[in-house]
Design a protein around this ligand. Sequence first.
Ligand code: NOJ
Length: 428
Amino acid sequence: MFEFPKDFLWGADTSSHQVEGENTHNDWWQWEQNGKVKERSGKACDHWNRFREDFEIAKSLHHNAHRFSLEWSRIEPEEGKFNDQTLSHYREVIQSLEANGLEPVITLHHFTLPLWLAKQGGWLSNKTPDLFARYVHKAVETLGDGVRYWITLNEPVAYVFKGYFMGEWPPGEKSYEKTLQVLGHLLKGHVLAYDQIKEINQRLKRSPSQVGIAKHVLIFTPCSERSWKDRLSVRTRNLMFNHLFVKALIRGRVLYPGLFHIRLPKAKTLDFIGLNYYTRDFVHNEGFTIPAIFGDICTLKHHREVGKRNFLSWEIYPKGLYRLAKEFSQYGLPLLVTENGVCIEKDGERFEFVVSHLRQLAKAIKEGAKVIGYLYWSLLDNYEWAEGYGPRFGLVEVDYTTQSRRVRESGKQFAEICRSGRIPGEDL
Ligand code: NOJ
């Protein structure tokens, strides 16, 4: 048996665009209306109107924390004009979380941008870091009293790669140069937001809050262990996708492959590191130029034995969480598992997923990793971006025609872990 630390955060996540519904003022909504994806988000889970019911469910499942995101396009639907009704709504959301004993973990940017800003070039524009900081200032000043955990950016590197390198998400760009430009602006946006949060806390004499990012992390494995080229691509990917963004925030500067040097206004702007972990990728080298050095994913091209896969064909690889918790311990900051979850058709496999990952996390904690919580993705089935409504990640099933909620068996089993703070196992 393993007992997690006493004040461990246990809970689940949501994000605004994926659950609220009718987020008509952001770039994703526009992308959907332009037919760029197979399904539109529409009413999503109608969480905008049903958040109270959803948080009561989370409470009944013994969660003590909940991660959600503020929708910038609702807070600032027109440039420089903040919407008081939206701010009151989010105040009620936070009050409802607190009334249900759920510690709010608040994300300030979860993939979506206000449409007015997207039209000005979004994160490609060098004005955006300041505009982000202004929005953060307003949100934190109005809503932040008592909030202990802020996440400035969700999966910045995944966001940039999907939107500016692969062209699969808005704005649909495919350029390494733009990718780096956007990475630079996101890094700066984080630093400015970090300063705003700290300044507000001090000025208003609030209790201090912790600021971090939710970093998408992956395990990379060479398609062929014998190939030094594949191993080189694995190292490059690990650096580029997993570490450089975090290193940049800690050191205040970074050198991206291709000799792009980014300097930030200051160093040490992370109080904790959020880890979003799902899977591992097999990597095959494609050459030595950029981007060929990053290699290609070879799961289908080069057959290798892998574990089970989820509904989206991502391999389920629990050991990866142990490895990454150990690897990220090098930074000496607390780690929070901000996302870990699975979409599968048979709910029975969900609890197996959770327990097997928690076992790996327990192992890392026993060996010294400072992990402060585990948040499952997701509380509810929801809109999985370009993949639409097919994948079901929820501890709670959502019927999208009636909007009724039904707690899955796995949700109840996870509840028992949240209640006791323990997982079974003689070897632990
Ligand atoms: C990453 C993202 O933060 C979230 O929006 C997404 O739904 C899950 N992981 C699953 O892909």
